[in-house]
Design a protein around this ligand. Structure first.
Ligand SMILES: [Mn+2]
Length: 350
């Protein structure tokens, strides 16, 4: 069967309805069905599967980039091992969360916490090894979560190849808590872990932040120029004052180095784009505002060395495909601009 980029996706086709193999693909997605420490809401472990299904509805032709699919996009099979670890870790984590911090004199709960942390470490090792394998073949790796703890191993793998790089982080939350609820690898601790354990990350730029605790506020400040936070309140205030979005975006990008990893928590967007995500917060970016940040980053000459998209949670009742639909379209845009930034696809001049 020949491939027609204008036709509807075939039932048995891969991500975005493409028929290319892993070997033929330049960009490979690592699905990570993991949400072990999710304390509120849930369902992001089903994010990768839902995004894969919804991706068949995305038109391959892109108004800005034209044919981002040509270098080949492929999503790996979900690891059944990771699903098992997730189930086990979730069961243990639930006990710890229900005890609300009172675990010190309870050996059973301490053991449960220890187990969650051990499984989190195993997950990181797995994601790191998969990413290393892809990078060794000259491919671009992208993580599709799962909760926001999922990209840690990928960032470790990238750090082995890039002596210094920046991270552009979209999120409602700062995610800089130290071992939230005792969980070392909590979704709410991803950037504390990155900043403490991956010195190659020389710059973190956070965008859309609107839900954080005082500990996080102090921690980010303690990092000095290494962490720049573009709070949602300040960004919208600038808009009210008449500052064009283009100017705010220039400012966001200006502190980032040449090589950048993009970490996109879907809840950085306005919750109308992700109504079922685990921890929705009012406010947030419009879809086009977010895409403009990414396209501007690439147009500035910076290179996206990889990315993750996380916290997409499908409707648990299965009535709406909306969260996954937005997730799939965001995944396509992130992929398109990543490929442009690496010279794998030419930006079409309209
Ligand atoms: Mn997050």
């Amino acid at each position: 069967m020949s491939f027609d980029p204008n036709a509807a996706a075939a039932v048995d086709s891969g991500v975005f309805g493409l028929l290319c193999s892993e070997k033929e693909s330049t960009l490979v997605y690592i699905p990570v069905p993991w949400e072990a420490t999710t304390s509120y809401g849930g369902g992001t472990a089903n994010g990768p599967r839902a995004i894969l299904e919804a991706s068949h509805q995305v038109d391959l032709f892109d108004y800005e980039v034209f044919r981002p699919y040509e270098p080949g996009l492929y999503m790996l099979e979900e690891s059944s091992e990771i699903r098992q670890w997730n189930e086990e870790a979730k069961a243990h984590a639930r006990l710890v969360i229900e005890a609300a911090g009172n675990i010190d004199d309870n050996p059973e709960l301490r053991a449960a916490l220890h187990r969650v942390n051990a499984l989190g470490e195993r997950l990181n090792d797995s994601v790191r090894e998969t990413t290393q394998g892809l990078l060794a073949q000259g491919k671009i790796a992208a993580v599709v979560g799962g909760d926001h703890s999922t990209p840690f191993g990928a960032l470790q793998a990238v750090a082995e190849r890039y002596p210094s790089f920046g991270v552009l982080h979209f999120d409602a939350h700062s995610d800089t808590r130290q071992a939230f609820e005792g969980f070392v690898w909590s979704h709410a601790s991803i950037f504390h872990n990155v900043l403490e354990r991956i010195p190659q990350v020389t710059q973190l730029v956070q965008v859309g932040i609107r839900d954080f605790c005082e500990e996080e506020w102090e921690y980010c400040r303690s990092q000095g120029k290494r962490v720049k936070v573009f709070f949602d309140a300040d960004l919208s205030q600038s808009g009210f004052d008449g500052t064009p979005w283009t100017k705010s975006v220039d400012y966001m990008i200006s502190s980032l180095p040449k090589d950048v990893w993009v970490s996109f928590d879907i809840d950085g967007l306005d919750p109308r784009f992700c109504p079922h995500t685990g921890t929705p917060v009012p406010g947030g970016l419009d879809f086009n505002q977010a895409i403009f940040v990414i396209s501007s980053l690439v147009r500035s000459g910076r290179r996206i060395i990889g990315f993750d998209l996380n916290e997409v949670a499908p409707d648990p009742r299965g009535e709406s495909e909306w969260d996954a639909n937005v997730g799939a379209r965001l995944l396509y845009k992130l992929s398109a601009w990543t490929l442009v930034s690496q010279g794998k696809v030419k930006l079409h001049k309209r």
